[in-house]
Write a protein that binds this ligand. Structure first.
Ligand SMILES: *Cc1c(COP(=O)(O)O)cnc(C)c1O
Length: 345
């Protein structure tokens, strides 16, 4: 049988041979003593890219979000985040457990919300109420279908937040997908945000790692939590070398993932029993519904898995497929054939 086509997530990428060579030859030192030359280069590179004063390397994007929330807020404060966001759904209750904050979920549209909504959700100064302290956005919005926040909307949200005295944080797990899809410079997307993280282990194809960036004072506080929560590392340049390699070689190529996602979406749209609007696919995340009678998303995903294609069910009828470094155009075409075979169309 041919190799499995893994459309489960862009986290499934394996380091390429060239990335492994960069890893093998990395100069390393003690990261938490600032003695790792590779991590130091990575910090400088990311600060310049994002237009921030400082940055800290972390094992995961989840840790970056949780540290950012804990630095911006005090226990009892309230965070505004979109209802479908990673922070609300996939961080094991971290904001409550680690920062002692409440989240007020904004009901946005495709994972995005507006400056008007920020104004409407901010609490008045009233000692009975939690103090609204932080607004979080997700670029791109994962459960929103990989939607790209338009620059003007991001700027308006940041402006409204700052005007209300709130801090702003961006979950940039797929930040570079937005950069490449919209052709907006990274520092412009980052400008209104007091902190943001970029993930190396998603579309950029690294095994591990994220970088949280912000002001010097913010990163100093972030370091205290990195240390406290066990995220301070030693010869981290081993993985930092992969991140530097990815910034050189795996950013522009995200356009290929977006083309493949479009190709997949258009192919799926032609298959009876599936529902998708290809125009809703802006980056590398393809969400669609299984509408064929007698089918559910989980049955579809199981049958497809047996046929050699991995996707993930995200609801009773909803399925997600993700294109990435290890998925070629030919894989997309083969996957479409196998989807037809499974549905018997
Ligand atoms: C994957 C993801 C994260 C967390 O990143 P990890 O590196 O897997 O911890 C955060 N936000 C979004 C939108 C994600 O997709």
């Amino acid at each position: 049988m041919a190799a499995t086509i893994d459309l489960y997530s862009d986290t499934k990428t394996r380091p390429t041979d060239a990335m492994r060579r960069a890893i093998a030859t990395a100069e390393v030192g003690d990261e938490q003593k600032f003695e790792d030359p590779t991590i130091n280069r990575l910090r400088e590179r990311v600060c310049a890219l994002l237009g921030k004063e400082d940055a800290v390397f972390l094992p995961s994007g989840t840790m970056a979000n949780e540290i950012a929330i804990a630095v911006h807020c005090r226990p009892g404060d309230e965070v505004l985040a979109e209802r479908q966001s990673h922070i609300v759904n996939f961080e094991a209750g971290g904001p409550g457990a680690l920062a002692g904050v409440m989240i007020q979920a904004i009901d946005g549209s495709n994972g995005l919300f507006t400056a008007g909504q920020v104004k409407a959700y901010v609490r008045p100064a009233d000692r009975h109420m939690p103090r609204t302290r932080l607004v979080c956005v997700e670029q791109t919005a994962n459960l929103g279908g990989g939607r790209v926040w338009p620059l003007a909307q991001l700027e308006a949200v940041a402006e409204a937040s700052h005007a209300a005295g709130l801090a702003t944080h961006m979950d940039g797990a797929r930040f570079f997908n937005a950069v490449v899809a919209a052709g907006v410079a990274p520092e412009r997307y980052a400008a209104g945000y007091d902190s943001l993280f970029i993930d190396f282990s998603k579309g950029l194809g690294c095994p591990i790692g994220a970088m949280l960036a912000g002001s010097r004072g913010f990163i100093e506080e972030a370091w205290r939590l990195k240390q406290r929560w066990g995220g301070a590392m030693r010869q981290a340049g081993i993985v930092g070398a992969a991140a530097l390699y990815a910034l050189d070689h795996h950013v522009e190529r995200l356009a290929e993932d977006h083309e493949n996602a479009q190709r997949l979406a258009r192919g799926l749209a032609e298959i009876p029993g599936l529902a998708i609007d290809p125009a809703s696919v802006e980056t590398n995340l393809v969400y669609f519904d299984v509408t064929a009678p007698g089918w559910t998303a989980s049955r579809f995903v199981e049958a497809l898995d047996r046929a050699g294609v991995q996707m993930v069910d995200m609801g009773p009828r909803r399925v997600r497929a993700v294109t990435h470094l290890d998925v070629s155009r030919a894989d997309v075409d083969r996957a479409l054939g196998l989807v037809r075979q499974v549905l018997g169309t």
